[in-house]
Ligand binder design. Structure first.
Ligand SMILES: Nc1ncnc2c1ncn2[C@@H]1O[C@H](COP(=O)(O)OP(=O)(O)OP(=O)(O)O)[C@@H](O)[C@H]1O
Length: 618
């Protein structure tokens, strides 16, 4: 089960939240306008006690019913104005903040597309999903509510205390006493809450990963009857999240209790002192009523500070989680030339054309230091128009080698050239126009069959689509309910493995690429379909330079020559027949499991390994 929890660094919530400024800047006028409207609305609430004082000391003391009615009318107008202004505030922020959320989400998605494959290998998908959904929703809510109300409430509290001190400064000082302990308590609360907020948000990410894996792997779970153990594991994770949420609730309840009780005690003390002053004739009854009403009107702005701080902490955590992804460096662009200078290779210009690997070495970024590289000293030349099969035992590095050509990973040493141009000197878009890929595990997207295939080439039309479908022997699509417009489900689950592979193959050939990289693309086809696809593919391969990972002799037959990969090194290059005759390991790999060719040693291991052809790069 994935579990990702990052302890919050020694950080300031305000500094984290300030990073949102570039997104907020375009809507700042509306946001500040809404805050100003809310401040006016909130301060209108503070005028109500002053009207009460006027009613008590004036019309009530003078037994003037007309004055009381007038006072009531003032109160009604103030109440309606307050409500309308709060409504206006909400209207002002709703649309721009939805826009802020959408643009952050779009940036995150675009960035994810540009991050190297190594990043996606490392990060659980649920962590990325939760950052793009729950975290961004939290941030929209923060900008709409806590951010404004922290400002509004702080201003209201300040204005309220000025009114209290002006009315009766001794009683006002009594209410100011709790400020010091409350500030200390709030800062302790913030530190503790930051830790659990981060934990909870990371746990939501872990939970999302499990849900996603379970949905995608539902066939395996059902097939192996693992639903109970999966459910149990899921329950374990959700219990852990529940525990963290309860920790959050406990902290919030604690701060809430203090924030409510301490000011109440101060108001109680002010009430007793005020009553004594009224009895002594030092204070008018109206002033005491107004003083207490103002103090009570400040209760909500003070009490709300607890959960506003909590929401701000969660939002600071969400901001950090968002920028953890956004701060990760995108794929490196061209090393030497600037993108505008680089031009696609021209096979006519280069005698040294084709696909050439020169001293290529590769080590995965997360490999242990000191461990052997996955690929080492790879020198291989695939001539223009030639098809090279790549054969090797499981784990020998075939997929890794093919992934270097479209730069899904960058070689850690050496270089790869296409028709004489170093692939690192090309823009990635150019490179990926030149090179098409089809992997053993074909991924289809939630789109129509046609759209899935046409993803392989910009600007290709229906003619190219039909040609590609024909090459890949994917004519079955015309029998689907809506032909090429049939939507295939997430990952094409509604299609068989062989059908998906044929569509992935069609996608690889639709753009008639100059270079093709096929990672065992026919493994899920029945022998008859495989024969048909091979016949059509042979025509395509004639006009491209291709590298094809092959596990079976039938796939090897598509190739002009074969390169044997042994433990990350090219150990032999030759035609299928040559290698069958001269290389025991190759013969063993091609013979199928259980077969023990006569030239293998008695322990079943290859008796000899032919070294790589000296001139394999020529
Ligand atoms: N993302 C990764 N991070 C670290 N190591 C990896 C990663 N992907 C593959 N490896 C390791 O690299 C080695 C070569 O893997 P690769 O998938 O290239 O082998 P392969 O020859 O294609 O195997 P197969 O025939 O089974 O598909 C293996 O030891 C594998 O464990």
């Amino acid at each position: 089960m994935p579990e990702t929890h990052v302890e919050p660094k020694d950080r300031s919530a305000a500094r984290s939240l300030l990073r949102l400024w570039p997104y907020v800047k375009p809507v700042r006028i509306r946001l500040f306008g809404a805050a100003a409207v809310a401040i006016v609305a909130s301060c209108l609430g503070l005028v109500i006690p002053l009207v009460l004082k006027w009613i008590v000391d004036g019309p009530v003391a003078n037994r003037d019913p007309g004055g009381v009615w007038l006072g009531a009318l003032y109160l009604l107008v103030l109440g309606i104005a307050e409500a309308l202004l709060f409504g206006l505030r909400r209207w002002l922020v709703a649309r721009p903040l939805a826009g802020v959320e959408a643009s952050m989400r779009a940036d995150l998605y675009r960035h994810l597309q540009r991050l190297p494959v190594a990043f996606h290998d490392r990060w659980p998908s649920g962590q990325l999903l939760s950052r793009g959904t729950t975290d961004l929703m939290l941030l929209r809510m923060f900008l709409a509510f806590p951010l404004t109300f922290l400002l509004v409430n702080a201003t209201t509290i300040l204005a309220g205390f000025i009114i209290l001190l002006v009315q009766q400064w001794t009683l006002g000082l009594v209410l100011l006493v709790p400020v010091v302990p409350l500030v200390i308590l709030c800062s302790v609360f913030e530190t503790k809450f930051a830790v659990v907020a981060r934990k909870a948000q990371d746990q939501v990410g872990d939970l999302t990963t499990v849900v996603e894996e379970s949905v995608l792997g539902i066939r395996i779970i059902k097939g192996f009857g693992r639903h109970r153990s999966q459910a149990l594991a899921f329950r374990g994770l959700s219990q852990r999240l529940r525990g963290t949420e309860l920790d959050k609730a406990r902290l919030l309840a604690g701060i809430w209790a203090f924030i409510t009780t301490i000011p109440e005690l101060a108001i109680g003390a002010a009430l007793v002192l005020g009553t004594i002053q009224v009895a002594d004739g030092d204070l008018s009854a109206g002033t005491l009523v107004a003083f207490l009403s103002t103090a009570l009107a400040l209760r909500w702005p003070v009490e709300s500070i607890g959960f506003l701080l909590a929401m701000s902490q969660e939002s600071a955590t969400a901001t950090e989680r968002f920028f953890e992804v956004m701060d990760t460096a995108e794929e490196r662009e061209t090393a030497g030339e600037s993108p505008s200078q680089s031009s696609p290779p021209n096979s006519q210009q280069h005698a040294d054309g084709g696909m050439v690997f020169e001293g290529v070495e590769f080590r995965y970024p997360d490999a242990e230091s000191g461990s052997a590289p996955v690929l080492a000293r790879i020198d291989l030349r695939i001539r223009p128009g030639e098809t090279m099969a790549l054969v090797g035992a499981t784990g020998s590095g075939k997929t890794t080698l093919t992934a270097l050509v479209p730069r899904l990973h960058d070689a850690t040493a050496g270089r790869i050239t296409l028709d004489g141009t170093d692939i690192t000197a090309m823009r990635r878009e150019q490179l990926r126009e030149l090179v098409s890929v089809a992997f053993e595990e074909p991924t289809l997207f939630s789109a129509s069959v046609g759209e899935n295939v046409l993803m392989g080439a910009d600007g290709a039309g229906e003619d190219e689509l039909r040609r590609a479908l024909s090459i890949a022997q994917a004519d079955f699509v015309y029998d689907l309910p809506e032909g090429i417009h049939t939507q295939v489900g997430e990952q094409g689950l509604s299609l068989s493995g062989g059908q998906r592979q044929r569509l992935a193959l069609a996608r690889a050939v639709v753009g008639q690429p100059r270079f093709l990289v096929l990672d065992d693309p026919l493994s899920a086809l029945d022998v008859h379909t495989e024969t048909l696809v091979e016949a059509a593919l042979r025509r395509v391969l004639e006009s491209t330079t291709a590298i094809v990972v092959a596990h079976r002799p039938s796939t090897v037959m598509l190739a002009d020559r074969v390169a044997l990969l042994s433990e990350g090194r090219i150990s032999a290059v030759g035609t299928h027949q040559e290698l069958l005759r001269s290389n025991a390991e190759y013969a063993w790999l091609m013979s199928g499991a259980g077969d023990t060719p006569e030239f293998l040693s008695t322990d079943g291991m290859p008796a000899m390994v032919v070294p790589a052809e000296k001139d394999s790069t020529r």
